[in-house]
Design a protein around this ligand. Structure first.
Ligand code: PRP
Ligand code: URA
Length: 209
C-alpha cells in the first residue's frame, strides 16, 4: 500500500488557507500555488541520495555533499498541474519535464487523455506526477497508467488537496505510488468537487470559467 504524507509545515498550511479562500484573485492564487509547490518540493526531496565531493573554499579543501545524479522527471497533468511546475523547478532546476494532458469529462467524471510527452530514460527516472487536485482519483490513476505503460517504475504523486475517495482509488490502482499532499479534505460533493477544497484549480489559476 502506498504511503500518504500530509505536509503540515506551518508555511504550507498558512499559504494553503489563502489558496482556498474564494476572495483570492488569479494573480495571488497563482503566486501562492507556486510558493507551496516549492515548499512541497523541499519536503519531497528530503531522501534524495547524496555523495561526497571535495571542494576548495577560499580557506582550505573540504569534503562536502552534492546530489548523486538521480534522474528526476516532473509530470504535470495538464492543465492545472502546470501551476505547480515552476515552483518545483526553482528547487530542482535540472529535472526534466514530461506532460500528460487529461481532462475530466464533466458528465461522467472520467478522465480523457489528449496528450503525452515524456523525457527519455523512462525506466531509470524517478517521476513526480503533479496535480493540485486529487478528487475521484481518476485523472491521477490514468496519468500513472500512461507512465507505467511507457516503462516508468518509480513514481510519486504530489497534490495540493486530496479527497479520501481519490487517495483510496489511487492506492488501490497503484499501491507502489506514495502520495504527498498539503491538505486531506473531507469528501467529494455530488459534482465531484473536493469539499471544502478550493474550487476549480485550473479555472482559478488561469482565470477561466
Ligand atoms: C482537474 C484537476 C485534476 C482533476 C481531478 O482537472 O486538475 O486533473 O480535475 O479530478 P479527478 O481526481 O476526479 O480525476 P480538470 O479535468 O478540471 O482539467 P483542467 O486541469 O484542464 O482544468
Ligand atoms: N478538479 C478541481 O479543480 N477541483 C475539484 O474540487 C475537483 C476536481
Amino acid at each position: 500500500m502506498g504511503k500518504v504524507y500530509v505536509f503540515d509545515h506551518p508555511l504550507i498550511q498558512h499559504k494553503l488557507t489563502y489558496i482556498r479562500d474564494e476572495k483570492t484573485g488569479t494573480k495571488e492564487f497563482r503566486e501562492l500555488v507556486d510558493e507551496v509547490a516549492a515548499l512541497m518540493a523541499y519536503e519531497i526531496t528530503r531522501e534524495l541520495p547524496t555523495e561526497e565531493v571535495m571542494v576548495k573554499t577560499p580557506v582550505t579543501e573540504a569534503k562536502s555533499k552534492v546530489l548523486s545524479g538521480k534522474k528526476l522527471g516532473l509530470v504535470p497533468i495538464l492543465r492545472a498541474g502546470l501551476g505547480m511546475t515552476d515552483g518545483i523547478l526553482k528547487l530542482i532546476p535540472a529535472a526534466k519535464v514530461g506532460h500528460v494532458g487529461l481532462y475530466r469529462d464533466p458528465e461522467t467524471l472520467q478522465p480523457v487523455e489528449y496528450y503525452v510527452k515524456l523525457p527519455p530514460d523512462i525506466e531509470e527516472r524517478e517521476f513526480i506526477v503533479i496535480d493540485p487536485m486529487l478528487a475521484t482519483g481518476g485523472s491521477a490513476v490514468e496519468a500513472i497508467n500512461s507512465l507505467k505503460k511507457r516503462g516508468a517504475k518509480n513514481i510519486k504523486m504530489m497534490c495540493l488537496i486530496a479527497a479520501p475517495e481519490g487517495v483510496e482509488l489511487l492506492n488501490e490502482a497503484h499501491p507502489d505510488v506514495d502520495i504527498y499532499i498539503a491538505g486531506l479534505d473531507e469528501k467529494l460533493n455530488e459534482k465531484g468537487y473536493i469539499v471544502p477544497g478550493l474550487g476549480d484549480a485550473g479555472d482559478r489559476l488561469y482565470g477561466t470559467k
